[in-house]
Design a protein around this ligand. Structure first.
Ligand code: FA5
Length: 342
């Protein structure tokens, strides 16, 4: 029995020498020491031996089991170390390789558009003021000749705040703030975010307007028209058609809306301009005398014009963007297209 054990040990050593992978070593372990392994079989047979044989064979079998276990562990560790070393060699990082460039960012088309508008109107003397996004109902409506019962309040899909006040529905309340704090003559622009419960390809619940206000003695509608034509032609070129349509705003009289020929379809009619060939870009008009009264200006002394233009609409036309929602998705691929644009 003991010579059988010695023979088994030497076979196991040969098998271990021939195994050159960790999984090969595991196969050797299973075939000698596993539940159905050769050595396990011999150890199970000890119970059939006489007591003297049991003692000597049992001791030899345990010794050989320990030797085989140690030999397997040593070979496995050596192979694991070799495999790890090979992996470390093949996985090395070349610290001298050039880095992957991140590229530079691009400023957002709305930001660019606002800058272009402010620069353009700045050339004819308009300077920038600002007002808060949460407004009083007085500034957003009442002072602009829109009392609570006025049907024109329905034109604005307003977000009301729980504790009073509204998210401003237009930049016109900045007119009120400016006139309350500055004496005429006045020539201001008020860019900023405005909020309405409104959403489709050309309407966004958050969008941007720039308010313009000019107050002085003897200001006429002709000056309003000249200013807006100068502005639109400076941005879009002389060939683009501009039209003034009579309209209604409670805070201006007469009032108009200004349309620009649709740049997507060149006036032929498409989904963006709702097949009309035109896109409305702003509302405008001569400041209503009730607005002057609300801020303490004398309507017998001064006249003025005001306009409120949609920055998002102008950006869509200027950069030929087909859906207003693209402006709000923060997709770096979309924004990077404007790198280097005016
Ligand atoms: C007004 O907001 C007036 N306060 C403008 C005004 C100012 C008139 C001063 C007279 C004097 P309106 O609701 O039409 O008007 O909006 C002005 C412009 O904002 C529109 O011409 C359009 O270009 C843009 N606009 C309006 N609603 C949206 C919207 N939901 N999404 C994107 N742009 C919009």
């Amino acid at each position: 029995m003991i010579s059988r054990l010695e023979e088994l040990k030497s076979k196991c050593e040969t098998a271990l020498q021939n195994a050159d992978t960790v999984s090969g070593i595991e196969d050797v372990r299973i075939s000698y020491l596993g539940k159905k392994g050769v050595l396990t079989d011999i150890l199970k047979g000890l119970k059939d031996l006489s007591n003297e044989e049991k003692a000597s064979v049992g001791q030899a079998a345990n010794q050989i089991k320990t030797q085989i276990t140690d030999a397997i562990d040593a070979k496995r560790h050596a192979l694991e170390r070799d495999e790890m070393n090979a992996k470390l060699v093949s996985d090395t990082v070349d610290v001298s390789a050039p880095g992957v460039g991140r590229g530079s960012g691009a400023s957002h088309p709305l930001h660019r558009m606002e800058k272009l508008i402010v620069e353009c109107l700045g050339r004819i003397g308009f300077s920038t003021v600002s007002g808060p996004e949460i407004e009083t109902e007085f500034n957003n409506f009442e002072a602009l000749n829109i009392p609570a019962s006025h049907p024109a309040r329905d034109m604005h899909d307003t977000f009301y705040m729980k504790d009073g006040g509204v998210l401003r529905t237009h930049t016109s309340p900045v007119q009120i703030r400016a006139m309350q704090t500055m004496a005429p003559p006045l020539r201001i622009l008020a860019p900023g975010k405005v909020f309405r419960c409104d959403a489709d390809v050309s309407h966004s619940p958050v969008f941007h307007q720039i308010e313009g206000l000019l107050v002085d003695k003897h200001v006429s509608f002709a000056e309003l028209k000249g200013t807006l034509e100068f502005f639109l032609r400076s941005l879009f070129g002389d060939s683009k058609k501009v039209r003034f349509r009579p309209s209604y705003f409670p805070f201006t009289v007469p009032s108009c809306e200004v349309d620009l020929e649709c740049v997507m379809c060149k006036g032929k009619g498409c989904g963006i301009c709702k097949q009309t060939g035109w896109l409305e870009v702003m509302g405008a008009g001569m400041v209503h005398r009730n607005v002057f009264k609300a801020v303490g200006y004398d309507p017998e002394e001064v006249t003025g014009f005001a306009f409120g233009l949609g920055v998002d609409r102008l950006a869509m036309l200027y950069y030929q963007i087909s859906d207003i929602r693209l402006l709000y998705e923060n997709d770096a691929r979309f924004i990077s297209q404007f790198k280097g644009a005016a």
